[in-house]
Design a protein around this ligand. Structure first.
Ligand code: CAA
Ligand code: FAD
Length: 385
């Protein structure tokens, strides 16, 4: 089995899932890209349809309304969707990896029964609210406060850059319950969109990922029922980190999808574009670029599916997830940069898709832990400091 995985051979079920997702991406997502690029409209109708196809709950057990497929099928799905749209890829990744999984892994039976079937079928959209204006990479220093008053926690503070902000139904929100304990004083909550005192603030205007909402969240004496505490008080940072370990494999798959798309477009264009009486691909200056792009895409693929397979087998994979995220997203940036060079002036225009891929690639090096933070995680595993 391990050898088979090194050859990136997938099971029949996984291949079927991949084909279904490829067709879905071509037929349902591709036609909406121009609208998202021009108007920044959230692809809500696509997300609802993904729910109907079971794509919003791929790795979620059937008893909670999911498809109950393996983790590889989930990663293949993000990989294939991101080849067509990084926007829809991130919406799906955040919804599943960090928007739903924390409830599955740390929720009570009541919380699981109440929220997961709705999330897994796409009736609800999930979000993950960790980052604050003064705490991004240093996530252990968040300031949003949660104070228990009777049967409620009262939350005060704000979050920034939250994916699915304003469209999500539930937000896995991190807040400080005991300021004296540092990151061990952080707790996690399931915050519903209609919570009194909770509101959605500014929506960011971004370089890329058009169509994906990124917003501020405001907690002004927000009243969260005590039963919506996720896990124990003080367990929040661990919950965030453990789910980010898994989430980072999703972002790695998103980077891989972007890189693969850039490579495919580059090969096609380099063979078609004639200069000096021959295809530009006939110049080593171009063909060697393509050789390097393909080599790095393959290396990224191996790292992504190794991390996914470890996760699939229930083996701890924090280091491997960070390696995959770091490498696959750097590959996305490099590959899309080269793709624009291969397209020349046309690559710099919005008439060709490589310009969008380049803008979308950049964010993958930043979110779910910047690539500097991934190096910090990897080196901690290696050096123990
Ligand atoms: N799993 C479980 N527990 C973990 C853990 C993990 N992977 N990593 C750390 N912990 C625990 C540690 O064990 C430690 O507890 P003990 O003292 O009991 O051992 C505690 O958490 C504190 O650990 P550290 O001292 O290592 O924590 P730190 O303050 O140095 O921070 C960090 C570590 C890796 C830099 C972390 O702050 C981090 O990941 N920062 C990046 C934040 C991030 O990724 N944000 C993403 C937001 S979501 C998003 O971006 C979504 C999207 O775009 C699409
Ligand atoms: P900073 O932490 O201020 O970092 C600035 C620079 O300093 C970076 O290059 C960083 O790598 C570097 N740096 C910081 N510390 C170190 C160090 N110790 N060593 C070396 N270099 C360091 N957050 C959520 O909680 N939920 C979401 O859904 C979400 N979605 C997002 C979507 C988008 C489009 C964007 C832009 C962000 C999103 N984020 C989300 C936030 C994202 O995770 C953070 O932006 C990211 O973790 C970095 O934090 P920061 O922006 O505050 O940068």
């Amino acid at each position: 089995k391990a050898e088979k995985n090194m050859l990136l051979e997938f099971t029949e079920e996984q291949e079927m899932m991949r084909k279904m997702v490829r067709d879905f991406a071509q037929n349902e997502i591709a036609p909406f890209i121009e609208t998202m690029e021009e108007t920044d409209e959230y692809p809500l109708h696509i997300i609802r349809k993904m729910g109907e196809y079971g794509l919003m709950g791929i790795p979620i057990p059937t008893e909670y309304g999911g498809v109950g497929a393996d983790f590889i099928s989930y990663i293949l799905t993000i990989n294939e969707i991101a080849k067509v749209s990084a926007t829809v890829g991130v919406i799906l990744s955040v919804h599943t990896s960090v928007g739903t999984n924390p409830i599955l892994y740390f929720g009570t039976e009541e919380q699981k029964k109440k929220y997961i079937p709705k999330l897994a079928t796409g009736q609800y959209i999930g979000a993950f609210a960790l980052t604050e204006p003064s705490a991004g990479s240093d996530a252990g220093k968040i300031r949003t406060r949660a104070e228990k008053k009777g049967d409620k926690y009262i939350l005060n503070g704000s979050k920034i850059f939250i994916t699915n902000g304003g469209v999500a139904d539930t937000y896995i929100t991190f807040a400080v319950t005991n300021p004296e304990l540092g990151s061990k004083g952080i707790s996690a909550f399931i915050v519903e969109k209609d919570t009194p005192g909770f509101s959605v603030g500014k929506k960011e205007r971004k370089m890329g990922l058009h169509g994906s909402n990124t917003t501020e969240l405001i907690f002004d004496n927000a009243e969260v029922p005590a039963e919506n505490l996720l896990g124990q008080e003080g367990e929040g940072f661990k919950i965030a980190m453990a789910n980010l370990d898994v989430g980072r494999i999703g972002i790695a798959a998103q980077g891989l999808g972007i890189a693969e798309a850039a490579l495919e477009y580059s090969i096609q264009y380099a063979k078609e574009r004639i200069q000096f009486g021959k295809p530009i691909a006939a110049n080593q200056g171009i063909s060697f670029k393509i050789a390097d792009m393909a080599t790095e895409v393959d290396a990224a693929k191996l790292l992504v599916y190794r991390a996914a397979e470890l996760r699939n087998r229930g083996i701890k994979c924090g280091k491997e997830a960070s390696m995959a995220k770091r490498f696959a997203t750097d590959t996305a940036m490099k590959t899309t940069t080269e793709a624009i060079q291969i397209y020349g002036g046309y690559g710099y225009t919005k008439d060709y898709p490589v310009e969008r891929l380049f803008r979308d690639a950049k964010i993958t090096q930043i979110y779910e832990g910047t690539n500097e933070i991934q190096r910090l995680v990897i080196s901690k595993y290696l050096l123990g400091i």
